[in-house]
Design a protein around this ligand. Sequence first.
Ligand SMILES: *Cc1c(COP(=O)(O)O)cnc(C)c1O
Length: 378
Amino acid sequence: MTLPEMQKTRDKLLFTPGPLTTAMKVKEAALIDLGSRDSTFISLVQQIRQKLLDLAHVEPPEYEAVIIQGSGTFGIESAISSALPEGGTLLNIINGAYGRRISQIAHIHSIPVIELIYEENQLPDIQEIETALKVNSEITHVAIIHGETTTGLLNPISVLGEITALYNKALIVDAMSTFGAYDIDMKKLNISYLISSSNKCIEGIPGFSYVLAKRSELEKCKGQSRSLSLDLFDQWTGLNSNGQFRFTPPVQALLAFHTALNLLDKEGGVDARAIRYRENNKLLVNEMKKAGFEIYLPDEIRSYIITSFIYPTHPNFSFEMFYSKLNEKGFVIYPGKLSKVDCFRIGNIGQLFPDDIQMLVDAIADVLRELKIDLRVK
Ligand SMILES: *Cc1c(COP(=O)(O)O)cnc(C)c1O
């Protein structure tokens, strides 16, 4: 299909963890050529940085927002490879693929890591974390994923904030899939670095990530980065000195993001968005259960962002077939990423509403009928 042909049909709905289905206004905002030194652009970047801090309930100069070109992982790599000093050690708490990715980043930059590894359907053991901090005085930073997109699990960052404050360690939170959907007060939670990206719950288009950081921590990053393009300190001082990026910024993604932030306000902020996502998720889970699907995680540790469903054991079920039939009908779901259990995932973030969820579960019922699968008879 050519682009004009595609534009005649409705976009497929993305039930994924991002890139997401976005509002037409967000997409339209990107249809402008604008120089990176244009004063309109520079002031727009400044507004975005301020708004991100507002959303985290913090203010400059105590906290600062740094935008990093690239996807979410670039922001995480920027924070990890800039924040850890020579001789510092990272305590990484892992219960999914994104936690493992943080260790991978540390390894590549030869940063010492102590790992606490848990099952993908298990919360970290707080006692064990506290012991690790007590025993290993070389630990300077602690990393945790807020919403583990691998499964949809929600980690208890408030407890982590309390412990890291007690032991005076800097807390790095990957809030990629939750920022904008869960209310996060950085100061109250004692978060030193919070990372998210343009194409998750703020509902922008892909192109950049952002690191919100405590200024006193950010200042320590000077000269510490193991990378030129991902140097968090230089990126920050660059943005603060003349409002410009050191290297070509994703202008159109920033234009779209600015509009996405306005739409978030219009919706009623994070609280209103959380209500919509929660409604989406509740409808999805209830309808899928009714259809006979099994949810991987227990409700108590499940987020309302993305849900993992265990592959049915029915002989006619193949994920590839299930996926492609849904895709043909205009619904894009997401494969699993678990190491031990075969699952597929359905996200309910982005410009999706309960009506869209209903359309998806109706389409799933149609696909099951076509495949002659009835999961309700056991
Ligand atoms: C999406 C996501 C990332 C970043 O992934 P990219 O593909 O680099 O954008 C990191 N952590 C979590 C928890 C995520 O959901």
